[in-house]
Design a protein around this ligand. Sequence first.
Ligand code: NAD
Length: 506
Amino acid sequence: MEARRALIRRAVNACCSKQGFNYIDGKRCEPTEPKQPIKVIEPATGLLLCSFPSSGERDVANAVASSKRAFAQWSQTSCVDRGRILMKAGSKIRDNLDFLAHLEVKDNGKPIWEARVDILSCADAFEYFGGVIPSIAGQYIPVEGDSFALISREPLGVVAGIGAWNFPLQTCTWKVAPALACGNTFVYKPSPLTPMTALALADILVEVGVPKGAYNVIQGDGDTGSLLCYHPDVAKVSFTGSVSTGAKVMAAAAAGIKKVTLELGGKSPLIIFEDADLKNAVKATLMANFLTQGEVCSNGTRVFVQKGIYKEFLKNLIEATNKLKIGDPFDEDTTVGATITKEHAEKVLSYIESAKSEGATVECGGERCLLPSPNDGGYYLSPCVLTSCTDDMKVVKEEVFGSVLSLLTFSEEDEVITRANATNFGLAGGVFTKDIQRAFRVVKRIQAGTLWINTYNLYPPFLPFGGYKQSGLGRENGTAVLEQYTQTKTVYVEGGDVDCGPLYQE
Ligand code: NAD
């Protein structure tokens, strides 16, 4: 076991120290026109993980041109062959599970057990879209007499993906797997904080038979992302990130009348009624707040608890939260890893300070924990439960994107629905109750793209995911996403003579 771990660690270190962080035409390469250097810090230790130059206009153009060339071949590959290749990618990801999970932890700082779950879900996505794509057919529609129409679904061309840092490979996979399944080719720009696993995916895809250039990776900061959005040969941009950047991406896409999918932030409600199964409600509250150090877009950070069970719920929640183990994310029993960067940790702590100044009480956590060397440079925050919160506090209104849970109480169903919907976000939400009619009533009225009844934060790739309101535009996953990576072509076939009324005289 120890020998295997040492092997994986060596492979991970080799991957991070290899030169060339772009991947174009089937190989890792340096930008030809290097811009400002990006230094990636390993969250777990605070030490330098790797550094590379941001990519400029010429390199973005090279990546897009390569994907455009590959489109000619990939878009003509039969859907069965595309599906088979994507299924193989899924198995290859499973074969490399430990390597990819370790690489993800290096980049992101999340606990290794969570990284394994994420990587397996990437395998699921390739297998799902590989399996589903051969069954997507066009339509035959009779028109009149012998005339009819054919509706075919065609790929868009080169799609650009831009990702966030909290689920690096999953974010990439949720875009790449359906886009490739539909016959598009893809240029992906990972977050500059987490460049590694999207790069490792490129090797896997080429190995299983995806043509070189069909999936390229271009590394860089926001400027690189912007260049990609404005590139005239990019047909669509699929973006995951903050609302403010999403607005810029949408504006860039608008300039070229490009299609756009936006997966943005959230401030989701988790509503717990008095008749809920308390233990399950506590478990789901942990899942809704403290996975990946709280850096999860769909988190249910506004936890509304009905007054009758508030005290008991709070006691159980605090006990469960205090049992979470903050530690080196590579340790198998760690449940809370390292915050992505020092700056982000400071932002999270500043939300807790602002909550206190507005009258909230810190029931537990909310502090930086120093671990022994070599992890003493990492930013480990203890999960924080806030009480005495009100709906108008900054911490209750804004996305914190860290382990900070605001507990709120309520009395009536109507009241809690109104309060749950009083936000510009609409990504997700949850309800805990044993009353099935109430559960359906509530989820019907909550304005969000995904609702969970008696659980939280589960999103298998066969279910659509995406936001209402400012949480986004379009959907990822499920068969719904196939419409977003294709366009229909209508072919009208005349079965008789052309009827042009009085336009034509014999
Ligand atoms: P961010 O908006 O700062 O950056 C996201 C990506 O956009 C990065 O790759 C960045 O380099 C790039 N970028 C920055 N400026 C750009 C520009 N002008 N044009 C094009 N690209 C540009 O977000 P982040 O801090 O990386 O991620 C956190 C945010 O992502 C949170 O708000 C979170 O809720 C959201 N998120 C949403 C989902 C979802 O599925 N809805 C999933 C994960 C994260």
